[in-house]
Design a protein around this ligand. Structure first.
Ligand code: ZN
Ligand code: ZN
Length: 296
């Protein structure tokens, strides 16, 4: 039985490639996009081995107090990242995108030039992103003529392994067997990007920022806390019984749910959202909003 919440699972390059291939067989139209993500995800998993300095060794009193209540353990601005390995990963992801030769190439090339000539420092980008300094990012994007979404994509994906490892490290102070009663991530307070029905029938939510996964109530809108079954419903996706989309009529938001009992392919959770953009298009057209919008 596969439990997607098993933190000790290690995802090798082969595993990720096989998981991508399984999806490509079902969705050949997305092959090019999935090839890019395959390489990015592999670099991210590899990068975890070189990360240091993100282990929150000092469990402060305020954090141990917080773990008892209904507050996230930290603010996003308190997340610790490994600048050096993130910078290395930034350049690797740029390299991957440059070979793709698509619409983002020009922006990526300019980001690489700015970093290589040291007119731009990766560490400044990372602190602005973590600190929520959107105006700094906007100024940089304009100054170097880099598309802001591309810049955010590069920064976020470079930081992701650090964020994951930080949240894994600090989550030891949470009672992980218990359902978390809030819709936001118990570690960083961000909204979930995916919902999962595990094979044991439990529901979990995956943080759209730090990647932490927590147990949730089954009938529940994470975005507004609604538990009224009259205003919560789900839609099945034609031809893809492994997915359903849970929507809340109160706050008009949706979340994709992967049902592990109904899938027989290899599952690598970060792939689920990026391989289902057509679901987002459809539900946005129906008037619902995505729950998590770190990267559009
Ligand atoms: Zn989180
Ligand atoms: Zn809601």
């Amino acid at each position: 039985m596969v439990n997607t919440m098993d933190k000790h699972r290690i995802f090798t390059s082969d595993y990720i490639s096989n998981a991508v291939n399984d999806i490509k067989k079902i969705k050949p139209d997305y092959s090019l996009l999935l090839d890019l993500y395959e390489r990015i995800f592999i670099e991210q998993e590899n990068s975890r081995n070189s990360i240091s300095q993100v282990n929150p060794l000092v469990l402060t009193e305020s954090i141990s107090e917080k773990s008892k209540g209904q507050f996230p353990l930290v603010d996003i601005s308190q997340l610790i990242i490994d600048g050096e390995s993130s910078e290395k990963l930034f350049m690797e992801i740029c390299g991957i995108l440059l070979t793709a030769g698509n619409g983002v190439t020009e922006s990526v090339r300019r980001a690489v030039d700015a970093l290589e000539s040291q007119t731009l420092r990766a560490k400044e980008l990372f602190s602005a992103f973590i600190g929520g300094d959107e105006s700094f990012l906007a100024i940089i994007a304009e100054k170097f003529n880099i598309d802001i979404q591309v810049l955010r994509f590069l920064i976020y994906n470079s930081l992701k392994p650090s964020l994951n490892m930080f949240s894994q490290g600090i989550s030891g102070s949470l009672d992980e067997e218990k359902e978390w009663g809030e819709g936001f991530c118990p570690v960083c307070g961000s909204m979930p990007e995916l919902s999962v029905f595990e094979e044991n029938g439990k529901r979990s939510l995956l943080c759209g920022f730090c990647g932490y996964q927590w147990l949730s109530k089954r009938i529940y809108c994470p975005f507004c806390g609604n538990t009224d079954h009259e205003t919560l419903q789900y839609f099945e996706i034609e031809g893809e019984e492994e997915y359903r989309v849970d929507v809340c009529e109160k706050c008009c938001r949706y979340i994709k749910t992967l049902d592990m009992k109904k899938t027989s392919r290899l599952v690598y959770l970060p792939l689920e959202n990026v391989s289902t953009p057509y679901i987002d298009v459809r539900f946005k057209e129906m008037g619902y909003k995505a729950g998590n919008t770190v990267i559009e």
